[in-house]
Structures are given as C-alpha cells and as structure tokens.
Design a protein around this ligand. Structure first.
Ligand code: PLP
Length: 391
C-alpha cells in the first residue's frame, strides 16, 4: 500500500542500512568513484553492472533526491538539475528537434520564454503561445510539426489556471508530449502525472527547497523518458546538481506538506483581508470563491497555494511607495520561502514584457505579487496594513 504523501515526504524509500545506519542520507562530496579492478571499471562503463562512476553521471546523495521526487510525483523515475532552467532546457531539448513546433501556455516563466525564443532563432524550433481556456483554440493552432504541449499552472502573477485534465485529453488525442511546470504548487498541492502529463518539472529553488538557500531543478516521468534526458541532455550538457545542494533539498522536503498548508492558510486569510481593504482595487487568489477559476482550482489542487497578487488603487508610484513602507516583508523576487516576499511584476519579473502586452496579460503598474511566508498571519497583515494606511 502506498503511504500518505505526508509520510512519504519523510520516509520514501531511503534505507539507513545502505549507509552504516545513518538516519539521514550522507553527503557524498566526491567527483569520482574508484573501481576495485580494471574489469569492474569495464563492466560499469559497459552498463553491465550497477554502480557509480563519476558524479556528473550519478551520485548517491543526488540519487536519493531523485528517488524522492519520483515517489512524490508518482513518476517511475526522477532527475535532479542545477537549476529550474536546467530542468526546463534538458527536458525540452530531449523532446523536440529542428523543425518541430511546441504549444505553450500564455504567461509562462520569463526565462522559459527566453529559451523558447533562442530555440526558435538558432535551431528553428517554433512555438505558439496559447490561451489554454478552450479546446478549440488549442486545436486551431496545431500543426503537422507540433510535437509537444508545455503548460504552467497557476501562472505568475495573475494566478490564471490551465485545466490539466483537458490538456491531457488533447495531448493524447493528437499524440503530443505533455510537459507541466509544477513549481507553483509542488507535489503536495498538485500532481500533474496523475492527470495525464508525460513529465512534470520544478524549480526546486522555490517551495520544494523552501528555505531560500539553494537553486535547483527537478523532473519526474516515465523511466524511458527520464533515462533519455539523463543520457542525452543532462550527461552531455552537464546541468547536474551538487551533492550538498541535493542534501539541502532532502532536508527541506520533509516539511513540504506542513509548509504548503501554512503558506496556503496564510495566503487565504491575507487574500480575504486585502479584498476588504478600501485601498485595494483587486485581488487575484485561486482560493477566493470569486476568483473566475476557483472551481477548477478546487478540482485539481489540494489547497490553493501561497501566492497572491493584488492591485492597489493608485499608480506605479503608489505601488512602489507601499513596498518601501513595508517593515518586515522583504522586497525580493523568487517565492516559496519561509519569509514573506513581495515584488512588482511590471518593473521586476515582467519588466522585459512590452507595456501593452503586459497590460493585456493583466499586469498593470499597480499590481503586486506576494509570496506568503510562514510567519504568523497577523504579523504579515499588520505590516501590510500599516503600509497601506500610510499611503
Ligand atoms: C523560478 C522558476 C523557474 C526557473 O527556476 P530556477 O531555479 O530559477 O532556474 C521556472 N519556472 C517557474 C514557474 C519558476 O517560478
């Protein structure tokens, strides 16, 4: 019987017996592994015998983390990377080749968009940004060359959702490889592989690490696909995770469920208070019953997450002055840390998006994005309230 995810976050399939009874997986801070004989080396290189060879090809500490993400996402295998972008680029380059086309959900992470543009300009791999609300819109953009569909949900900073099950049906019907970036939800809140995705990936820098001290990426999927990524894109392009960073993630993951629930509870309470405040124009939070896709969020997520966006009444100057008046909440991009963080998408994460496109996406100059931390909700609110009152 598969244990509850709260338990699997802690136990998984790590066996202390492998490492002299060490309760916690040791950090194998080594670049290479020596063989007991020339013949053993030959067998390992030939793939006839299991065992480690060189840490770019595999490392015991990193492998524990890879087992963990596979287990949590319900994939056959997992793989760890030096950053979320290393995961995105290794997965994409394992799926598509020159001449192919990818359908991509509108509003994806800025550097993923940058990577797609680079693939288009330098390698003739085309992509279309698609509003994924309707099956017909998606199908109208299909080409004979379309190979993959790439989705992020919820999306930064407007929290717009994509219906994961609907996309799965389209992907199956048209034989498309289906990729989901699950960074914003983590496997505790949403498990895309269970809803038909072929591969799920993460910036583990965010909720999975959860402590703001490591940059890392993870992916999980079928054994065939993950071993392809490992053999092709990762082995030869080299975006591997170091053993110490893997160990930090293994440490952070144990509290993922506790943290996600606290992040979500804090965000829900804050969204309710923000909604009632006279200086707030609009709140974007999937857990808000008035959020346009609230019922989809309730269907495919186990809780609504820690990210809220809101618009102040006023302009860019008001938004910046509000941020400057915050005393405890830190001004920073990234998300999913214990500390509550706030950022101004128009001048920070989405500054490269042209003004008109930004506004069409719902990113006005007075929009702010808050990553609710793990502090007492009352203290977060007190800080927000004093900064609003001072405006
Ligand atoms: C941060 C982020 C990434 C990139 O991850 P890094 O760890 O910063 O390389 C990719 N996708 C999403 C949704 C992100 O938030």
């Amino acid at each position: 019987m598969n244990k509850n995810i709260d338990t699997r976050l802690i136990h998984g399939n790590y066996s202390c017996r492998s490492y002299l009874g060490s309760l916690i997986p040791p950090i194998f801070q080594t670049s290479t592994f020596s063989f007991t004989s020339a013949e053993e080396g030959e067998r390992r290189f030939a793939g006839e015998e299991d065992g480690f060879v060189y840490s770019r090809l595999g490392n015991p500490t990193v492998q524990e983390l890879e087992y963990k993400i596979a287990d949590l996402e319900n994939g056959e295998e997992g793989i760890a990377f030096s950053s979320g972008m290393a995961a995105v680029s290794a997965v994409l380059t394992s799926v598509v080749k020159t001449g192919d086309h990818i359908l991509v959900s509108e509003g994806i992470y800025g550097c993923t968009f940058g990577l797609l543009q680079m693939l288009k300009e330098r390698f003739n791999i085309d992509f279309s940004l698609v509003n994924m609300d309707k099956k017909e819109t998606i199908e109208s953009l299909l080409r004979p060359q379309t190979k993959a569909i790439y989705v992020e949900t919820p999306i930064n900073p407007t929290m717009k959702l994509v219906d994961l099950q609907m996309i799965s049906n389209i992907a199956k019907q048209h034989n498309l490889f289906y990729i989901v970036d699950n960074t914003f939800s983590s496997p505790v809140l949403q498990r895309p592989l269970e809803l038909g995705a072929d591969v799920v990936l993460h910036s583990a820098t965010k909720y999975i690490g959860g402590h703001g001290d490591v940059i890392a990426g993870l992916a999980a999927g079928s054994a065939d696909f993950i071993s392809l990524v490992r053999r092709s894109s990762q082995k030869d392009m080299g975006g591997i995770l170091g053993p110490f960073d893997a160990w930090l993630l293994l440490r952070g993951i144990k509290t993922l469920s506790l943290r996600m629930n606290r992040h979500s509870d804090n965000a829900k309470l804050l969204s309710e208070r923000l909604k009632q405040h006279p200086k707030i124009e609009k709140v974007y939070y999937p857990g808000d019953p008035d959020f346009p896709q609230h019922s989809l969020a309730a269907l495919q997520m186990d809780h609504f997450g820690g990210l809220i966006s809101f618009e102040l009444k006023g302009n860019k100057a008001a938004a910046q002055s509000f941020m400057n008046r915050l005393e405890m909440i830190r001004i920073a991009v990234s998300l999913g840390d214990a500390e509550t963080l706030i950022q101004h998408p128009a001048t920070m994460t989405h500054a490269v998006v042209p003004y008109d496109t930004r506004n069409k996406m719902g990113i006005s100059d007075r929009l702010l994005r808050l990553s609710a931390g793990l502090e007492a909700e009352k203290d977060i609110w007190q800080d927000i309230e004093q900064a609003l009152d001072a405006l």
